[in-house]
Design a protein around this ligand. Structure first.
Ligand SMILES: [Zn+2]
Ligand SMILES: [Zn+2]
Ligand SMILES: [Zn+2]
Length: 347
């Protein structure tokens, strides 16, 4: 994620900010060029500092779950990220509200990233090939599950409850379970439909790398939950779950590809330079290029190890888990390279 700057006082502002912490001007994110705009609180209308263009906030600003802006004369009420919501929870319940808020933070980061890659994000409510989100309570319908089906991404609200999520993480023996992780995984299934399944040549390449997705999905998942992952799974897969079926391997690898791109992009915007003091044989890195502009995926992955070494060390200083507790093997890198070149070809 990029670091943003207040147009009034030039201090840094976060992606999620509603105001500049330094000067108090209102902040609003414009997705078409990924810029944070600022607005004087004293003026009646929302006219941006510097550019002097009139905007309105996305309707979800009313709930403080969205700071994206839309041009004032646009007929839309919701921003491009919130237009994709098909179902949101009943907000009279305080817990639901907080859970939804956390989901929106993760969803907006996901949309930022997909837009940066240059992927089209049509709404399912406007086009059959589109995408939409259902944020739902399982209590209302026990058959509901977190997942993807034909452009509909369903996320159970309980995933946003940090206590329940940690319980599930432990129960499924996972080293990592987050909202942004879920969203990145599920949207991977959507883009498999859009980018792989629609192109016979890409589909052939996919099968050569990830295996044959025509294997019965239900049977494969049942077998996975019964027998678990093969012993040597780490050699070829990013996670145990990725071994269950070619579709899940794709979605897991896709999610990790997005994790890596975001980590390296953030490091780029902070100009992070890793050069451990007095360690002669340690890996060094200087992130001097935006990873989304780099064609060679090896150059991106090379930045990851020293970066996570440094960031994990800071996390350990604070007594919190490592930021990226995974091993990326050459086989997994090959899978990510396929995703990287497929996405580059779409730009
Ligand atoms: Zn400011
Ligand atoms: Zn919005
Ligand atoms: Zn999946």
């Amino acid at each position: 994620m990029k670091v943003f700057e207040c147009n009034n006082c030039n201090h840094a502002v976060f992606f999620e900010n509603y105001t500049c912490d330094n000067c108090g001007h209102l902040t609003g994110y414009r997705d078409k060029d990924r810029k944070m705009l600022t607005f004087n609180t004293k003026s009646k209308s929302l006219v941006s500092d510097k550019e002097r263009i009139a905007y309105k906030y996305c309707k979800n600003k009313t709930y403080n779950v969205c700071n994206w802006i839309i041009e004032e004369n646009s007929p839309e009420e919701y921003c491009n990220a919130c237009q994709l919501n098909r179902t949101i929870p009943n907000l009279t319940d305080v817990n639901n509200f907080q859970n939804w808020k956390d989901l929106e933070i993760a969803k907006h980061r996901l949309i930022y990233q997909l837009q940066k890659i240059g992927l089209p994000l049509p709404s399912k409510m406007k086009s059959e090939e589109g995408l939409c989100f259902d944020f739902v309570e399982q209590e209302q319908d026990p058959s509901l599950m977190t997942g993807h089906a034909n452009g509909v991404i369903t996320i159970l609200l309980r995933e946003a409850d940090s206590v329940k999520r940690e319980q599930m993480r432990k129960q499924f023996l996972e080293s990592y379970r987050t909202l942004v992780g879920h969203l990145r995984h599920e949207v991977g299934h959507y883009f498999w439909d859009r980018l792989v399944n629609t192109n016979p040549q890409v589909l052939d390449e996919f099968r050569a790398i990830f295996g044959d997705e025509r294997e019965n999905y239900g049977d494969a998942l049942q077998a996975y939950y019964k027998n678990g992952a093969p012993k040597d799974w780490q050699k070829s897969y990013i996670s145990k779950y990725a071994t269950s079926h070619a579709w899940e391997d794709w979605a897991e690898t896709w999610a990790h590809y997005l994790h890596i791109m975001d980590m390296v992009e953030t490091a780029y915007f902070f100009r992070i330079n890793v050069k451990p003091l007095g360690i002669k044989r340690s890996t060094k890195t200087k992130v001097s290029l935006d990873p989304y502009t780099i064609k060679n995926f090896d150059a991106i992955i090379k930045k990851c190890m020293p970066l996570s070494f440094a960031v994990n060390s800071i996390n350990r200083a604070m007594g919190i888990p490592d930021v990226y507790p995974f091993v990326i093997t050459p086989a997994v890198i090959s899978k990510m390279k396929f995703i990287h070149s497929l996405l580059l070809s779409k730009r």
